[in-house]
Design a binder for this molecule. Structure first.
Ligand SMILES: Nc1nc2c(ncn2[C@@H]2O[C@H](COP(=O)(O)OP(=O)(O)O)[C@@H](O)[C@H]2O)c(=O)[nH]1
Ligand SMILES: [Mg+2]
Length: 199
């Protein structure tokens, strides 16, 4: 196992302009319940750094974590059914604003549920990221939930749904530790880059 990312919670902010300066930033985004909080905890080897909940959709704010070389932002999960259309639009706007305007942003991890993804909302998100030239990396979660006999097929189907080559997707299991070393290295490497400030 590689060294955990020393993630420390800094603050929650509703809007991008309330975030503090950062040398480089990585965003994590995905449908609620995709395993975002669990993955952050696994990257940090902490149990409750980010709240893991059975009730999805609780994260409404931009949650900022500091680590060596920069920051990681946990964005509000999309697709939570039990919120009003108005509320949904409001945080979609916030997320888009963040992704378009945050200067130090170097990479966005788009989490897709390895068992069932990509959903139509994931596909929409992918289209949006591509349309707006936001650099992203697809991460398939919950690898342990896919039966080993079905993994090859699932690997191909998930990639095809994302219009990517299977080798472009990082598969992880927060539960079993699969892919965590690789993702830690990817985060470290991304944060070593300059943000948009250098453009
Ligand atoms: N089997 C399995 N379950 C997971 C994994 N990651 C998350 N979960 C479960 O999926 C649910 C949602 O996880 P959470 O991290 O709160 O998702 P978030 O809403 O995206 O932050 C929880 O019940 C987790 O225990 C994983 O790698 N394997
Ligand atoms: Mg969460």
């Amino acid at each position: 196992m590689s060294t955990p990312l020393p993630l420390r919670f800094v603050l929650s902010a509703p809007e991008v302009d309330e975030l503090p300066h950062s040398p480089a930033e990585l965003a994590v985004v995905g449908r609620s319940n995709v395993g975002k909080s669990s993955l952050l905890n696994a990257l940090a080897a902490r149990k409750a750094l980010a709240k893991v909940s059975g009730t999805p959709g609780k994260t409404r704010l931009l949650n900022l974590f500091e680590t060596d070389g920069g920051t990681v932002v946990d964005l509000p999960g999309y697709g939570y059914a039990k919120v009003s259309q108005t509320e949904r639009r409001a945080w979609e706007r916030r997320m888009h604003r963040y992704l378009l305007e945050r200067e130090p942003l170097v990479l966005t991890l788009l989490l897709v549920d390895g068992e069932v993804g990509p959903t139509s909302l994931d596909a929409e998100m992918l289209d949006w990221l591509r349309d707006h030239d936001v650099p992203f990396q697809v991460v398939a979660t919950k690898h342990d939930k896919v039966r080993s006999s079905k993994r090859e097929r699932r690997r191909r189907d998930l990639a095809a749904g994302c219009e990517l080559d299977p080798r472009e997707i990082v598969w992880v299991s927060a539960e079993k530790g699969v892919g965590i070393d690789r993702l830690r290295a990817l985060v470290r490497e991304a944060l070593a880059r300059d943000g948009r400030a250098g453009e």
